[in-house]
Each structure stands twice: as structure tokens, then as C-alpha cells.
Design a protein around this ligand. Structure first.
Ligand SMILES: *Cc1c(COP(=O)(O)O)cnc(C)c1O
Length: 462
């Protein structure tokens, strides 16, 4: 391929922006197993989900057949304020690594939330407003989702309560201030404002919290408050649907230059950015039009794909969500206070779990000192200070490019650079001061989480 002709940034015009989200489930040969109502153990219906989520989102959640779903005009208008996100050829990184590989990254950090989360926040708040709701609740780990939602709520005029994982709220006070600037009410979780929070505090008074536990608190409030619903920033199918904008834009841009990625890499917390990035490329693979390799990268401290069980589990510590079959460490698993807050989740998107289980995708777990090494190298040559979460993808993209240097292969690598790390400087400092350590749970640690998986017939043979 005549690589010299490819510009450093591939731009899309407004006219080229996608008008539809792409629903990967429509192309999957086998769908993931249905969510189960935890009481009846029967597949969830719309009626089961509607007390918690908005109607349009429930419809999208359960829609496994429509390949394309139109992005409403009111959402596309907001998208135009910060999209398309840039697709960059990492010429400097390639040169530094001395690799024959071509490396591209899709950068989602170019909005105030500092991440891809805004793509789904805008959509979710738009539908909530359309339904006549007046407030929303949610959880946030690292703070990106809470910020994204605060931005969208400010735009569409809804109130917002954000339960923020306690360790993150301590590590990132400025994140909290940004959310408050957009008018959100931020509560460190576990808190004494909910029954779920009080229960966890009684059992683990010193816990730094977890996403699962913050989710329980947010859901509890949504269930008890009028015209209030809960919104979730990852894991669920409708969130992956909204995030398909990332992959669609990447594909349109790459197609303009005839670039076909051989390896597509993304970090995976709940799986939304990766699910969105890979969606149209995975369709080609499923339909036999491509042989690309897909790699999910997770922290070694919270290894749901690489060491978890493919089992039915709750999405939250308080055991209030439907049961989802996914790779999970068990909803009672309390991840160590690793610095990549956005990846500290016990489970994984059911769509990605299914693809991984069926052999369409690989997964790797990486340790945090090695991701900060990659982050620092990347920042120094490409100019962007990455979020620690994103650095997981950078690490593996670099590893793959280094492999190409050894074998002489000219692979085309695409990775998702999900966000910026300005609010993660405490972690960068701990790395730069040589104080950062790696934590990898033992099998015995993980077993405790597995022992607490729901004891239901569907989980008998896992
Ligand atoms: C939330 C977040 C992630 C992980 O979430 P996914 O749902 O797995 O995409 C990754 N990177 C950043 C910057 C985030 O904010």
C-alpha cells in the first residue's frame, strides 16, 4: 500500500457523518442469551425493564434484528458539536518503534468529558427528555461517564444525581467539580443515602467502592423517585449501539483510502467503546469478508474476560439488575483500587462476551506499570496525554507493532484512544515517582467472587 499518501488525520465532512447507528447483534450468527428476570428466571420483557430504563432505550436494548437504527436529528445536531472524532495515523509512534506496521487511532477525548462516553450520554438524555422525565441517576467510576451525562443533562435540561465510586472521587476532586459545574449532584459511593449503600458500608466500612455498588445505589433512587430513570454508561446493548458511531466513522474514513485494518484493539471495562469501535469491522468478519483480529485489553487487576466465568450474573453488587450471561468475576468481586477507574467492573458486555466465547475476539490482561510506560511513551511522541484506560489499548497496539518489527510484517493496526488523562495525574505521578505497584488477584481471591455467583440452574455447568 502507498502509505505516504495517507494524511496524518483523515477528516470527514458533516455530510459524511453516519445517520444510523449499526446494531451488530443483527449480524451475529448466534445472539447472546436473553437477560433473565432474577425472580422468575424467565427472559426479561420490556415490562421488566421499563421501571428502570426509558422506553426507547428498552426497545433498543431488546432489538436484535434491525441492522440500522436511525440517529434522531436532535442527537445528530449535538454530535456535530464534537464529531467526527479524529482518526490519526500514528506516524511518530511508528517511527519511534521502528515498525513496518501502520498504526491508526480513533481519538474520543476531544470533548469536555474527555472520553467516548458522551456518545451514549447524549442519546440517553435525549430519549429521557422525549419521554417527559425530569431527572436521571447514574454511577460513575473514573468520572468520565458522570461528566458526559452532566453535559448532556445541562444541554437538554434534566436534573442528575451521580453516584461516584469513592476512591475515584478522592483521587479526582476536579472531576467532581466539573460535574458540579454542569449542575450535577455528586455523591461518593457507597453512601448512606440508600439502603444498598448502607448495607455495603456496614459490611465493608473501609471500601473504596466499586462500579457495581454505585450502580445499586443509583438504581435504588430511580425506582423510588417519580419521573426519574437510571441510565448506564456501558455494558448494555443499547450503549454499544450508540457507540457504534466510533466504528462507523472509522470505517468511512479508512474506506476513503482503502485502508483495511488487520488488528483492531480496544480497552474493555464494560465493553462499550470496544463494542462500538469493532461493530462494522466485526460484521465483515462474521460475514466472511475480512479476517481481522480483534483484541480486548483489560487490567490484570480486574480480568473478567481472561480469568472470569461465562455465567449468569447481576450487573451490580446490590443484585438489582436483570441477570446477564457474561464473562464475570462475580458481582461481589471488589477490584483493587487500580488507577484505571473506568475498567474496574466485574462483568463484560454480553455482546462482547458472546463474541469472545465464540472465538471471534481475543483478550489480553496487562499490568498497570506497563500501561503507564506505554502511556508516557505515547504522550511524548503523539502529543496526547492518554487516559489510563486508553493506555491499555496503546500497550497492546505497541506490542503488536513491535512484533511486526521482529517479523517484518506490515500489519495495519487500529486502536481506540478512548480519552484523555488530565484528571489522572495522581496516577501518572505515582508511576513517574516509581511508587506504582502491580496487583494481580490470586486464584483464591477470584474464587470468592465465583462462589457468590447466582445459584440458579442456568449456572450449573459453568
Ligand atoms: C469508561 C471508559 C472506558 C471503559 O469503558 P468501556 O465501556 O469498556 O468502553 C475506557 N476509556 C475511557 C477513557 C473511559 O472513560
Amino acid at each position: 500500500m502507498a502509505t505516504n499518501k495517507i494524511p496524518t488525520k483523515i477528516y470527514l465532512s458533516e455530510d459524511e457523518l453516519p445517520k444510523y447507528w449499526y446494531n451488530l447483534r443483527a449480524d451475529m450468527k448466534e445472539k447472546h442469551e436473553p437477560f433473565l428476570n432474577p425472580v422468575t428466571l424467565k427472559p426479561c420483557t420490556a415490562a421488566d425493564l421499563e421501571p428502570v430504563f426509558c422506553k426507547d432505550l428498552v426497545e433498543q436494548e431488546l432489538n436484535q434484528t434491525d441492522r440500522y437504527i436511525e440517529i434522531p436529528e436532535g442527537i445528530r445536531e449535538f454530535y456535530k458539536a464534537y464529531r467526527p472524532s479524529s482518526l490519526t495515523r500514528a506516524y511518530f509512534l511508528e517511527k519511534k518503534l521502528g515498525t513496518p506496521a501502520e498504526i491508526y487511532y480513533k481519538f474520543e477525548g476531544n470533548n469536555t468529558s474527555g472520553s467516548h462516553k458522551l456518545n451514549s450520554a447524549v442519546a440517553q438524555v435525549y430519549y429521557a427528555k422525549k419521554e417527559g422525565l425530569t431527572s436521571l441517576t447514574t454511577e460513575t467510576g473514573a468520572g468520565q461517564w458522570g461528566t458526559a451525562l452532566a453535559m448532556a443533562c445541562a444541554f437538554y435540561g434534566l436534573d442528575l444525581n451521580v453516584y461516584m465510586v469513592k476512591v475515584s472521587s478522592q483521587q479526582k476532586p476536579y472531576r467532581k467539580a466539573v460535574m458540579q459545574t454542569y449542575g450535577a449532584n455528586v455523591i461518593p459511593s457507597p453512601s448512606d443515602t440508600t439502603e444498598a449503600g448502607r448495607k455495603i458500608l456496614a459490611e465493608h466500612p473501609d471500601t473504596g467502592g466499586s462500579l457495581g455498588c454505585a450502580i445499586s445505589e443509583a438504581i435504588e433512587v430511580a425506582l423510588h423517585k417519580d419521573k426519574c430513570r437510571y441510565v448506564l454508561g456501558s455494558v448494555l446493548d443499547h450503549v454499544l449501539l450508540h457507540q457504534s458511531i466510533i466504528g462507523l466513522e472509522s470505517k468511512i474514513a479508512m474506506d476513503k483510502y482503502g485502508i483495511k485494518p488487520d488488528i483492531i484493539i480496544g480497552c474493555a471495562g464494560g465493553g462499550s467503546n470496544l463494542g462500538g469501535l469493532i461493530a462494522p469491522f466485526m460484521a465483515d468478519k462474521i460475514n466472511g469478508k475480512s479476517d481481522a483480529k480483534f483484541i480486548a485489553v483489560e487490567p490484570a487487576s480486574c480480568p473478567s474476560l481472561t480469568r472470569g466465568k461465562f455465567a449468569y450474573d447481576f450487573g451490580d453488587t446490590g443484585k438489582t439488575t436483570p441477570l446477564m450471561r457474561m464473562y464475570t468475576l462475580g458481582c461481589e468481586f471488589m477490584p483493587s483500587p487500580s488507577h484505571a477507574g473506568g475498567l474496574r467492573y466485574h462483568g463484560m458486555s454480553p455482546v462482547l462476551s458472546k463474541l469472545y466465547h465464540d472465538g471471534y475476539m481475543e483478550a489480553r490482561a496487562v499490568e498497570q506499570t506497563s500501561i503507564f510506560k506505554a502511556a508516557t511513551e505515547f504522550a511524548r511522541c503523539e502529543g496526547i496525554l492518554p487516559a489510563p484506560e486508553s493506555a491499555h489499548a496503546i500497550r497492546v497496539a505497541m506490542d503488536e507493532a513491535i512484533k511486526c518489527r521482529e517479523t517484518g510484517e506490515k500489519k495495519v493496526i487500529l486502536f481506540g484512544l478512548t480519552g484523555t488523562g488530565y484528571f489522572d495525574m495522581t496516577s501518572y505521578m505515582s508511576y513517574l515517582d516509581g511508587k506504582m505497584t502491580d496487583y494481580v488477584p490470586t486464584d483464591a481471591d477470584l474464587q470468592k467472587g465465583f462462589d457468590a455467583l447466582p445459584d440458579i440452574p442456568q449456572n450449573k455447568n459453568i
